[in-house]
Design a protein around this ligand. Structure first.
Ligand SMILES: NC(=O)c1ccc[n+]([C@@H]2O[C@H](COP(=O)([O-])OP(=O)(O)OC[C@H]3O[C@@H](n4cnc5c(N)ncnc54)[C@H](OP(=O)(O)O)[C@@H]3O)[C@@H](O)[C@H]2O)c1
Length: 290
């Protein structure tokens, strides 16, 4: 297939592109700067220098390339710019979807999150509602997720990947990442809040396999939603960091997510639990299987 990856230089894009190339797809990768263009060329990928807020530019690129599918992995989280991230979800996605529809693209696979569900009993499955009644600042996140997901759902074929918290190289949970550093300094308390994790390579693998999945939303998480007092203790241990302070309590929406819908289609994360992932996967940069 001919595929455009928006977010080719991001933490998922970098893991995803070699897999798509290995599968024999013809790939073009969007990045705003020339910095990553050479690397893409070396990988056999056509670099496309484009800012997705440039609506006219997005239409031009889609018209010229006319791909079969677009994979949307855009974020502004490298800079931890949450306002820009919400804008990307709303305006960036709108531009990509409108341009894709005009260019006759059939399929879009897009990155979302698995922690936007409304409070409820136990980990959430995909049929449960998003937390649209949340108070700010969470409301900004959930509203932007809703905007992204509903825009992507306008595509004839659409797969929305509701990812768990990423860990692995290049993520906030890498030993040298934003959260990793806080944990090493003993600054992050362990709460009762439940989270679902996913290794970044397993997240990329899901995006490749999603090229053939039925339209819909899929939680892409490991199989062990866990309370902070459990996972953070193991994470700190893996980093040889001090044991975290315990801070009982949590937000009502911190419930984790169930992955059965994706695993029933054959997606099988290499790290099915953060227990093995934190021990063995924090430094694993390559994927050795599809
Ligand atoms: N589920 C999760 O836990 C989750 C999800 C996402 C991110 N994160 C965390 O956030 C950190 C950064 O993630 P990341 O690498 O995905 O983010 P990133 O480095 O900020 O960028 C992601 C991609 O989006 C592209 N992009 C951003 N704005 C764009 C625009 N206006 N036009 C075109 N392209 C644009 C970037 O391209 P250029 O910069 O090359 O232009 C890059 O390819 C990671 O450490 C990760 O842990 C976590």
């Amino acid at each position: 297939m001919k595929i455009i990856v928006a977010g080719a230089s991001g933490v998922i894009g970098r893991a995803l592109i070699p897999l798509l190339v290995k599968e024999g797809h013809e790939v073009a990768g969007i990045t705003r700067t020339g910095q990553y263009a050479d690397q893409l060329s070396r990988q056999g990928v056509r670099p496309v220098i484009l800012d997705v807020f440039n609506r006219e530019g997005v239409f031009q690129v889609l018209q010229e390339i006319r791909p079969d599918a677009v994979i949307h992995q855009l974020t502004s989280l490298g800079a931890r710019d949450f306002e820009e991230h919400a804008r990307l979800r709303i305006e960036g996605t709108r531009n990509l979807v409108d341009a894709s529809l005009e260019a006759g693209v059939r399929r879009m696979v897009a990155q979302s999150i698995s922690w936007a569900y409304a409070p409820g009993e136990g980990p959430a499955s995909e049929d449960q509602t998003l937390h649209l009644e949340a108070a700010p600042p969470r409301k900004t996140t959930v509203d932007s997720v809703q905007a992204l997901e509903s825009a992507v759902a306008e595509m004839p074929e659409h797969v929305i990947l509701r990812y768990g918290l990423f860990y692995g190289p290049g993520t906030w949970y890498a030993p040298d990442g934003y959260i990793g550093e806080q944990v090493k300094q003993g600054q992050l308390p362990a709460t009762d809040g439940i989270s679902s994790f996913i290794h970044v390579n397993d997240a990329a693998l899901a995006a490749v396999q999603a090229m053939s999945w039925p339209s819909g939303c899929y939680n892409i998480t490991d199989s062990e939603p866990a309370a902070g007092r459990e996972w953070l203790t193991a994470f700190a241990d893996a980093l040889h960091a001090p044991a975290p302070d315990m801070k009982p309590g949590c937000e009502s929406w911190e419930r984790g997510a169930l992955n059965g819908k994706a695993t029933r289609l054959g997606w099988k994360p290499r790290y099915d639990s953060w227990r093995s992932g934190f021990r063995h996967g924090l430094e694993v940069t390559h994927l050795n299987r599809l």
